[in-house]
Ligand binder design. Structure first.
Ligand SMILES: [Zn+2]
Length: 223
């Protein structure tokens, strides 16, 4: 069986994972499967799984892993994924990784590689804690990499720029610590089964895209 270019993309919040997923899909004609999108689709279309997830959310509870896993399974069973996909946002934990293995087996399919975009925590703290958003039009800025013409003022609409609570350095470090606790076992797991490819995620977005694409092309070549 030739395995399509089925890729899992791992990366911390602020690693640029979403952007890299989009680039991979565009350049290599893969389908971008983001769990956030799957969730919104199921909620919007009021599927059985969507209603189930909603019932947990209404109670302020976390949606259980098996509900999320079943949504992913339904999505991966659709015909458009047959030429390969980039899975973004799932799995996040080791039990979810095991669930995904079962799903792929049931669908008679396989994960070809796991690309892990590794960015040093301090760089992520710098990226995220420098973010500013316009209160009026939500346009994003960065105090170092994307500054407005006038400090604190939106170029597009003159609105006030502010920092989201999520982006202050203390919160970012806490989010990173949660991420590492959940993800370290995943990285080990995929390393052990020999499908982990690590990319240095430091530096400019375009450079990281080059590295990610090069890695994906190498993976595609080894059939
Ligand atoms: Zn604005």
């Amino acid at each position: 069986m030739t395995v399509a270019l089925n890729i899992i993309l791992l990366g911390a919040p602020g690693s640029g994972k979403g952007t890299q997923a989009e680039q991979l899909c565009k350049q290599l004609e893969l389908v971008h499967i983001a769990t956030g999108d799957i969730f919104r689709e199921n909620l919007k279309n009021k599927t059985t799984l969507g209603e189930l997830a909603q019932s947990y959310m209404n109670l302020g509870k976390l949606v259980p892993d098996d509900v999320t896993a079943n949504m992913v399974k339904d999505r991966l069973a659709e015909p458009d994924v047959k030429n390969g996909f980039v899975l973004d946002g799932f799995p996040r934990t080791l039990p979810q990784a095991h669930a995904l293995m079962d799903i792929m087996t049931k669908l008679n399919n396989k994960i070809k590689a796991v690309i892990y975009i590794n960015v040093p925590d301090e760089e992520i703290v710098e990226r995220l804690s420098g973010r500013r958003i316009c209160r009026s039009c939500q346009k994003p800025y960065h105090v170092m990499f994307s500054r407005p013409a006038k400090e604190g003022v939106c170029d597009s609409c003159g609105g006030e720029l502010y920092q989201r609570d999520d982006d202050n350095p203390t919160t970012v470090r806490a989010r990173l610590s949660t991420y590492h606790n959940q993800t370290a076992p995943l990285v080990d797991y995929y390393k052990k089964i020999g499908i982990l490819v690590e990319i240095e995620g430091q530096g400019a977005v375009a450079e990281v895209t080059e590295r990610t694409l090069a890695a994906a092309r190498r993976i595609a070549a080894q059939s």
